[in-house]
Write a protein that binds this ligand. Sequence first.
Ligand code: NAD
Ligand code: UDP
Length: 350
Amino acid sequence: YYPDTHAVSYTTLSRFPPVKLLSPSVRKRVLVTGGAGFVGSHLIDRLMLLGHEVTVLDNFFTGSKTTVNHWVGHPNFELVRHDVIEPFMIECDQIYHLACPASPPHYQIDEVKTLKTSFMGTLNMLELAKRNKARFLITSTSEVYGDPEVHPQYEDYWGHVNPIGPRACYDEGKRVAETLTYGFQHRDGVDVRVARIFNTYGPRMNPADGRVVSNFIVQALRGEDITVYGDGTQTRSFQYIHDLIDGLIALMNSNETRPVNIGNGDEFTIGDFAELVREIVEKVQRDDGVTSSRQVEIVYRPIPTDDPKRRRPDTTRAKETLNWQPRWSVRMGVEEMVRYFKAKLAEGSV
Ligand code: NAD
Ligand code: UDP
């Protein structure tokens, strides 16, 4: 998954991790929108270590400067506060367009703004790609399949989305963003890549993000009850962040212009997942010699409207065209994330 093998050496600046020193013909000027968010910050780390010049655009709605702080001041790195619904000019070779809130409670705060971010933000970044003849990758989502009637979901399935429900601003926003992306490909010859990402988790998720993995881990670590929405029979398939970053970089550097699912095929009911998180948190606490006075309970809360009942990616295309497949089991990934959140809780930053 590491296409830049032409590195001649590493540069070391005292404050920063060593980054590859690439020859100018290989080094790319990369723009990452939404780069201060959960996925974006991990992508930035990888692109920086690979030796590219990276510019982040973010309005810090759900992201934070702290996620990329460790690169501020590096000569290959620039962080710009900017809302993608406004045009932006820069010279670049590749654009990873991530900017968009991804958690239901966040994208539902202002549905119109979420739609503007998806449509106008993508329009502005596609105009920029066209002007620069840059390659453009959009992070779309499994939500384009809605509450799917086909299982597992493969890329040629058209989806089953309620266009006026509470999730519509995100689902339809991403669907129109994909349409726009292929419109620029057909009309203007823009070189496009479309990643359909399935539920992804890992360190640096905002603990107040509201998505299931961070909610369950933070609740269990605090000794609070784990809140399962509905009866817990709905399913999701969980991917660890490092696998996603491998997949995004492989897709950007491939010749695949069709949409590609990037996700882990391990499917859990949310009820079973709650039990797994509880068990892993108990194990980590035991390993660390922590005893707790009461067992964390699993409690049930109303299911949100239009919550998809089943979700699992068919990743045949990613395997065949990118030679990509996930390497992190859910157990390994959740344990890493538990340790991360535990350390953050201990230092009081969560
Ligand atoms: P996130 O909320 O942590 O990150 C989104 C980033 O975009 C934040 O830094 C936010 O401040 C920024 N942003 C939002 N609106 C903006 C605007 N108008 N202008 C500039 N910046 C803006 O979410 P994430 O999980 O890191 O998701 C990143 C991308 O991946 C999103 O496009 C999301 O739709 C997609 N995705 C993520 C998942 C997942 O499970 N994490 C699944 C499917 C798709
Ligand atoms: N969920 C839950 N408890 C929580 C948060 C979420 O049971 O505290 C459920 C939610 O209803 C959904 C699943 O977990 O069925 C995944 O939710 P998330 O918001 O993480 O992602 P999405 O619904 O967008 O896949």
